[in-house]
Design a protein around this ligand. Structure first.
Ligand code: SF4
Length: 584
């Protein structure tokens, strides 16, 4: 296998256009040989021992400390594409090398699916080849959630032709397809790329999709439009080996909306709109958020960034993470652990001194978010046209529905679509005269423009149907739960988020929901082990962001779920004071 690691002393180079992109050759090396990072003042002995054990490149620790680090060092994940096109797609599933199958294919958005029929009790007990199906999930990245109707139609057609009509809108604004055969991947890439879409770095230890406000550039109350920064970062760094071997995945969010609509508290780095008293509109920078089994909310860096500074600061944060992030244990490799260990002051100091080599502006905190931030319903844009937010049930429209939606939107004057971090869709630029007909058409396709509280606020991860880590079923169960709650509590209209996860990994954000459900096996009244959920209550992002409490006694079987949620909601309705939210 070819080793495409850069030559020794091939440091991160400073793009010529912006001072903020001067990523400090002396310190931020790729750590491949002639590393000068060891010029860093030596930490106290005890600290040095501990830090070296974490496998940080910046400390000269280059020996791969686990299987993931080994395969990443042997060959860049991005290079797997050549083998897909020249070998795997021609010779079939059996020809895929193990390190590509279980690792590098992710750099192009491909994960093997769970073999059908394997129950949650066997998750974690089987070897990969027993758990892996010969089909793949393919994640299409949708940076900023921005799609044209032509792109939406293409995704829908790919789904119809190659993915058994599957299409999941994720809570990171991506669209995931299932049942993909490796033989079809080159044609799928050709179709997606013909309309400007990509699956590059949709998964893997790299910079994943960039969340963006779904109403960027159109809403009347926007503080600043972050679209340019998202596009600039994508143009310069997606597909660039500079950031294709990070310690772990890296999540970004950029929103200039006063609704703070991208769950910025749970991203590795976020840029949130704020007005500086002297410098005008720009962004407040946050770092170190992430959920999973060790949830942490991001912290403010105390920095104000103008729109033009965002790409440079973003690149410096990623370079810092690449060099200083922990590579020994996968469970400690996210940037949140580094931020937690260093503290925010040291993080900012290293960022400024070793990567940017200039101080950043201090900045004010953003005001509390306004409104719901999921953009459901019909809203007037600042240009006088309208956008329509619609909810597919638990984020799962069919591929053929996406095609029909693209046709419908175009028939009513819309050429732009947005996916949201709440697994929803917006259709933009609708003339006032077309709104009613468009809404009727959307509803006829099974999406809800004025959804019930439960349809609006329920999200579900992939779950046991396709995910190899899952312990329980999620999507179908959440859909049935929504139907049942709509029937039992038809007049309940308070905001409520209900997030259903198939395991502790929190892809559907257990810890920041009003009711977070973490899939696990539980014991039912007859003493049998059955699918169920550990309950987390009272999580929130935005105003009073906090992690939900895990209530030890609150474990419910899947069958008990409707009764349990109904009881919670009725109790809240009865005890609620004026203005009180469920999370309160
Ligand atoms: Fe899979 Fe668990 Fe993530 Fe759900 S939360 S998609 S089950 S890893």
């Amino acid at each position: 296998m070819t080793n495409h690691q850069p030559a020794p002393a091939d440091f991160v180079t400073a793009p010529a256009t912006a001072r903020t992109l001067d990523l400090a050759p002396a310190r931020s090396c790729r750590g491949h040989g002639a590393c000068t990072c060891q010029e860093e003042p030596a930490p106290p002995a005890a600290d040095r021992t501990r830090r070296r054990s974490e496998g940080q490149w910046a400390l000269g620790d280059r020996t791969p400390l686990n299987a993931n680090e080994r395969f990443k060092l042997e060959d860049d994940g991005l290079n797997v594409r050549v083998r897909v096109e020249s070998i795997y797609a021609r010779r079939g599933f059996a020809s895929i090398e193990p390190d590509d199958l279980g690792g590098r294919l992710r750099w192009w958005g491909l994960y093997t699916q769970r073999r059908p029929g394997i129950d949650g009790g066997r998750t974690g007990t089987l070897a990969p080849h027993e758990l892996n199906d010969e089909y793949f999930m393919l994640r299409v990245r949708v940076d900023g959630g921005r799609l044209t109707t032509a792109q939406l139609r293409t995704i829908g057609e790919v789904s119809r032709d190659f993915a058994r009509d599957s299409a999941d809108i994720t809570d990171r604004q991506n669209i995931q397809l299932h049942w993909i055969r490796i033989e079809d991947v080159p044609e799928i890439w050709r179709r997606l790329e013909s309309v400007g879409l990509t699956t590059a770095q949709a998964c893997g230890d790299t910079t994943r999709v960039f969340l963006g406000s779904p109403v960027a550039g159109i809403s009347a109350d926007e503080i600043v439009d972050g679209t340019w920064a998202i596009e600039e970062i994508h143009r310069r760094w997606i597909g660039d080996p500079e950031f294709s071997n990070l310690p772990r995945k890296f999540k970004t969010a950029i929103s200039g909306s006063p609704h703070q609509d991208v769950a910025h508290e749970i991203n590795d780095v976020s840029f949130i709109g704020v007005r500086h008293p002297e410098l005008g509109p720009g962004f407040d920078v946050w770092v170190g958020g992430g959920l999973s089994t060790n949830p942490m909310l991001a912290q403010r860096l105390g920095v104000f960034a103008t729109l033009e500074e965002v790409p440079g600061i973003w690149a410096a944060v990623v370079a810092l993470f690449r060099d200083h992030g922990y590579r020994r244990l996968r469970g400690r490799a996210r940037m949140k652990f580094l931020v937690a260990d260093w503290g925010i002051e040291k993080f900012r100091q290293v960022l400024e001194q070793d990567y940017l080599r200039h101080p950043l502006n201090d900045g004010p905190a953003p005001p509390p978010p306004t409104g719901e931030g999921d953009h459901m319903g019909v809203h007037r844009q600042r240009d006088g046209r309208y956008y329509v937010g619609a909810a597919p049930l638990v984020g799962r429209p069919l591929g053929s529905t996406l095609v029909a939606l693209a046709d419908l939107a175009e028939a009513h004057g819309s050429r732009r679509v947005r996916t949201t971090p709440h697994q929803k869709l917006l259709l933009l630029d609708v003339p006032e005269t077309e709104v009613d007909d468009l809404v009727a058409g959307v509803e006829a396709l099974g999406l809800r423009v004025r959804p019930s509280t439960f349809r609006r606020g329920t999200m579900a991860c992939t779950g046991i149907e396709f995910c190899k880590l899952a312990i329980v079923e999620t999507k179908a169960r959440a859909a049935a739960l929504v139907d049942e709650l709509e029937r039992r509590l038809p007049s309940f209209d308070q905001p409520l988020t209900l997030n259903v996860n198939g395991c502790p990994n929190s892809c559907a954000r257990i810890q920041i929901a009003d009711i977070g459900l973490k899939g696990q096996l539980v014991v039912d009244a007859e003493g049998r082990q059955v699918e169920g959920f550990q309950v987390h209550l009272g999580g929130a992002v935005g105003m009073d962001a906090r992690l939900g409490r895990k209530l030890r006694g609150h474990k419910v079987t899947a069958d008990e779920l409707p009764d349990y949620v109904e009881r919670l909601v009725r109790r809240f309705e009865t005890a609620r004071k004026d203005g009180e939210r469920f999370a309160d």
